[in-house]
Design a protein around this ligand. Structure first.
Ligand SMILES: Cc1cc2nc3c(=O)[nH]c(=O)nc-3n(C[C@H](O)[C@H](O)[C@H](O)COP(=O)(O)OP(=O)(O)OC[C@H]3O[C@@H](n4cnc5c(N)ncnc54)[C@H](O)[C@@H]3O)c2cc1C
Ligand code: SF4
Length: 334
């Protein structure tokens, strides 16, 4: 049985107290959301924090509500389950509730939070293993060594990002509020990721995500998230894709975002979707062209169970094709 390493535990009641603790202990402290990923990583000794800072007692970090009609505010400690059942999300931002419903299992959706999903560490079959297993090989870049077992001549870590709600949030133009002991700032979700498998998050020391903001809903918008995984009951994505489309009254596409999941070290936008579709009525041929571009944008490597890079590239195009058809049909454009 794998046991948790010893760590001191903080459970502050306010955000300002949490920020002070983070500022005091720096890299020795890890923020604990629902713990569904972090505690596994602690057991595997991927991380060994001296302090755990639980956000679970901070009520201001929970809940979903419209803020003065300007944006939908989701507290970072809101559970994935709440994203699934809250009608303001399922009615207006379907890609987000669909993505939350595809994370792991029901138990994980009750415990896991949207803040934790945004800050999910990257994954690799050579990293998400016990310490004993890892000791049979040279230490790789992700653990501070100098080799990569997936790309032997590579000069960096290629671990894959696979947080399911993230492509949906990017497609929906969401922002996050980052807070630390001295400042708070709003950042687009797309700017949270470095694209580096070793250090995937562009957070400053002491930063916390306190909330997520979604632009006000419009009737002329539709979105979806599709995911393919080895076992429907539990697994991380082999590939995911989020699509958002806006339409005018006469069936012209006025906005489109396609974002792939689990095919690189960070979420991957397909900018050609905008270039090919905006200002036009979507046709099956145009959608097929975007799907081809999505396949080209995907750069998976051989570090995800149950699939090959070629298979995941092909899937990127297939899922993009399906998702675009689905939203365009939903808006009555096809
Ligand atoms: C068997 C299994 C299957 C899974 N399948 C999936 C899947 O299919 N898709 C998927 O996306 N995930 C999956 N997960 C991972 C996990 O359950 C989810 O990603 C979940 O949303 C993580 O949220 P959490 O609150 O539990 O995060 P935690 O484990 O508490 O934290 C995760 C990371 O985020 C940081 N963090 C948490 N909250 C904040 C915050 N507010 N500000 C700054 N940093 C923060 C933590 O320090 C940590 O580094 C799976 C996990 C398991 C064990
Ligand atoms: S991609 Fe390479 S460096 Fe990164 S975790 Fe896997 S083996 Fe290690």
């Amino acid at each position: 049985m794998l046991r948790l390493p010893k760590a001191d535990y903080y459970a502050p009641l306010s955000l300002s107290e949490a920020c002070s603790i983070l500022a005091e202990h720096g890299k020795e402290v890890k923020v604990l959301g629902g713990g569904t990923d972090l505690l596994v990583a602690c057991k595997l000794r991927n991380v060994t924090p001296t302090f755990l800072l639980s956000l679970s007692s901070i009520s201001e970090l929970k809940g979903i509500h419209f803020h003065e009609g300007e944006y939908l505010k989701i507290g970072a400690m809101t559970s994935l389950h709440d994203l699934i059942v809250d009608s303001s999300i399922s009615d207006h931002y379907p890609a987000l509730s669909q993505a939350a419903a595809l994370v792991g299992t029901t138990q994980l959706q009750y415990m896991g939070t949207v803040g934790g999903n945004l800050c999910l560490n990257t994954r690799c079959i050579y990293y998400n293993q016990s310490e004993t297993w890892r000791k049979s090989r040279d230490v790789c870049f992700k653990m501070g060594g100098n080799v990569c077992h997936v790309v032997p001549k590579g000069k960096k870590c290629y671990a894959v990002f696979s947080g399911d709600t993230v492509p949906a949030l990017i497609a929906l133009d969401a922002k996050v509020k980052l807070v630390n002991n001295t400042e708070e700032r709003l950042v687009s979700v797309s700017r949270l990721y470095t694209g580096d498998g070793k250090e995937p998050l562009a957070l400053k020391s002491g930063d916390l995500i306190s909330e997520i903001r979604l632009p006000p809903p419009t009737k002329s918008q539709s979105s979806t998230y599709l995911k393919y995984r080895e076992r429907e009951a539990i697994d991380f994505p082999m590939v995911g894709v989020a699509v958002r489309m806006d339409t005018s009254d006469d069936g012209i596409c006025t906005g489109c975002k396609v974002v792939l999941n689990a095919v690189d070290c960070g979420p991957t936008e397909v900018p050609q979707a905008r270039e090919l579709l905006e200002g036009k009525a979507p046709t099956s041929d145009l959608i097929q062209e975007v799907a081809v571009e999505a396949e080209k944008r995907a750069h998976p490597v051989a570090n995800t169970p149950g699939s090959t890079p070629a298979y995941r590239r092909k899937l990127s195009g297939i899922l993009t094709h399906r998702a675009l058809h689905q939203v365009a049909n939903g808006l009555g454009m096809l």
